[in-house]
Design a protein around this ligand. Structure first.
Ligand SMILES: [Zn+2]
Length: 169
């Protein structure tokens, strides 16, 4: 572990301590009764992922290439119906090295979360994903990266069709 990384203050809660009632907790069942459409733009984006392609929309007024795609330009309030394919490579815009899981438990091996500016899209247009195949201490803003795709048969039209981004070779 790098000297840059210090232990976080506080004490990790052990699930056994929770079950034993050592801490005040509340439990409830979540009933999820809702579903909604992804919309025109994101639906086409997700269809593209299934094919191993990244699609963006291009605003006719300002010329920006937007990814994830939007059906309206938030700067011009103009509808967009022009589609352009962008690359599955990009540049690390920002990143975070996390030692905490979704359930707030600690990780020994960190997960690297990054915003990737996608090649072919306008500056600052990118997607949030995870990095893999790289020493966390070597990740830096400006690093050139490429998508690692699931095998086609395993893709479901989800952002997880890309398993992670790795340094470009
Ligand atoms: Zn625009």
């Amino acid at each position: 572990m790098s000297s840059k990384i210090r232990d976080y203050p506080g004490t990790e809660v052990d699930p056994k301590e929770l079950q034993a009632g050592k801490f005040l907790t509340t439990r409830y069942e979540t009933v999820l009764r809702y579903s909604w459409t992804s919309g025109v733009a994101i639906s086409r984006f997700l269809d593209g992922l299934k094919e191993g392609e990244l699609w963006a929309t291009k605003c006719d007024r300002c010329g920006r290439v937007l990814v994830p795609p939007r059906a309206y330009c938030e700067e011009d309030f103009a509808p967009i119906d022009k589609w352009v394919r962008v690359k599955d490579t990009g540049t690390v815009n920002t990143f975070s090295i996390s030692y905490v899981n979704n359930d707030a438990s600690r990780r020994k091996k960190p997960i690297i979360v990054a915003v990737i500016d996608i090649d072919g899209a306008s500056p600052g247009m990118g997607i949030l994903h995870i990095m893999g195949g790289v020493d966390p201490q070597k990740v830096h803003v400006g690093m050139k990266v490429e998508a690692v795709w699931k095998p086609k048969a395993e893709r479901a039209g989800a952002i997880t069709d890309i398993t992670h981004f790795r340094p470009r070779v």
